[in-house]
Design a protein around this ligand. Structure first.
Ligand SMILES: Cc1ncc(C[n+]2csc(CCOP(=O)(O)OP(=O)(O)O)c2C)c(N)n1
Ligand SMILES: [Mg+2]
Length: 320
């Protein structure tokens, strides 16, 4: 199945790429201790404090958008926004439009239901008008409830059926490698999502193909649609599982920008130092982060706030 997904369904992507030729984990603490100079933020873009301020406004945008649409997924958008903000404003090289695939980095939002986070970023970057955010989930809008590459080519993959985005990202990484490009592929997955069988086919095959240009970020927020991930189908021990599949594994607090930037920088450096392994960053996050009445509450996985709640949520987010 994965072979088909990667080589047949993803053939156009490969062709495009090749046409131009929580937080207390002792393992993480020891990693920080071992690499004190590496685990400071990278120098590619904004600083942690600036990113934090930007992420606050992107959180407001997510809440506004979902409130206006009267449906959507606030929990997983708010847990992922810090990881995505750091990626888009301080790590990824190039932009998703206007440059050949081989000259820029790539992003696949495998947990597609968190797309309000991506739309907020695309609007901040100027790729879509901020006013258009009000059309989220409307019939005929480009801003569907899950990323739709057909309507919006700036989005690199249509996702939403959980488990598929990582195979897409893997195909892109393989195409870039084959073309000799130095571009990298980032893929954001959810903890519930990595229960999918297709994820483990990709986990098995990406190291086989030496895809050191593939960096997967796990939004490890501990919740999925039906309840706590540990109760639905525990994935523990996550680091040991991915290491056993031959991935380079890092673990961070996914709301601490210094740690997030440090992990992205470390992933880049590992490849520059000749590592052949793909990187798996376990980012421990809080579902609904920033809004106390949403935090770790499974009912906010896929529910829109009413106007009063939204006002309260935005005040809280801005208070920090
Ligand atoms: C193949 C598939 N099965 C079921 C769903 C329905 N679904 C949407 S979101 C979700 C839970 C995802 O949990 P997680 O990956 O942890 O996302 P997050 O907590 O970041 O929102 C499910 C089961 C889906 N989109 N795709
Ligand atoms: Mg989750």
């Amino acid at each position: 199945m994965l072979g088909l997904a990667t080589f047949a369904t993803l053939n156009p992507i490969i062709a495009e790429c090749t046409k131009n030729s929580p937080q207390k984990n002792p393992l993480f603490q020891s990693t920080v201790w071992l690499f004190p100079q590496i685990w400071c933020y990278g120098s590619r873009g904004m600083k942690p404090t600036e990113l934090q301020a930007l992420a606050t406004e992107l959180r407001v945008s997510i809440i506004d958008m979902i409130t206006e649409a009267k449906s959507g997924h606030p929990g997983g958008s708010l847990s992922a926004i810090d990881l995505m903000t750091a990626l888009w404003f301080a790590e990824m090289k190039g932009v998703p439009a206007g440059k050949p695939a081989t000259d820029r980095d790539h992003f696949v939002l495998s947990k597609g239901h968190a797309v309000p986070a991506l739309y907020a970023i695309l609007a901040e970057k100027g790729y879509i008008a901020k006013d258009e955010l009000k059309t989220l989930r409307r019939t005929g809008s480009r801003l569907q409830g899950h990323p739709d590459r057909v309507r919006m080519p700036i989005v690199e993959a249509s996702t939403g059926s959980l488990g598929q985005g990582l195979s897409v990202a893997q195909g892109m990484a393989m195409g870039l490698k084959l073309s000799g490009s130095k571009s990298r592929v980032f893929c954001l997955v959810g903890d519930g999502e990595i229960q999918e069988g297709q994820i483990w086919e990709a986990a098995l095959s990406a190291p086989k193909f030496g895809l050191s240009n593939l960096c997967v970020i796990l939004d490890n927020n501990g919740g999925q649609i039906d309840g706590p991930t540990d109760e639905v189908m525990s994935l523990k021990p996550i680091p040991e599982k991915w290491r056993a599949f031959n991935w380079e594994v890092l673990e961070i607090n996914g709301h601490d920008f210094t740690q997030i930037l440090g992990a992205y920088q470390r992933a880049r450096e590992l490849e520059a130092q000749g590592s052949k392994k793909p990187v798996f960053i376990i980012a421990n996050t809080v579902k609904g982060k920033g809004v106390s009445f949403m935090e770790n509450k499974i009912e906010w996985h896929g529910a829109a706030p009413k106007a009063d709640d939204a006002k309260r949520a935005i005040e809280e987010v801005r208070r920090g």
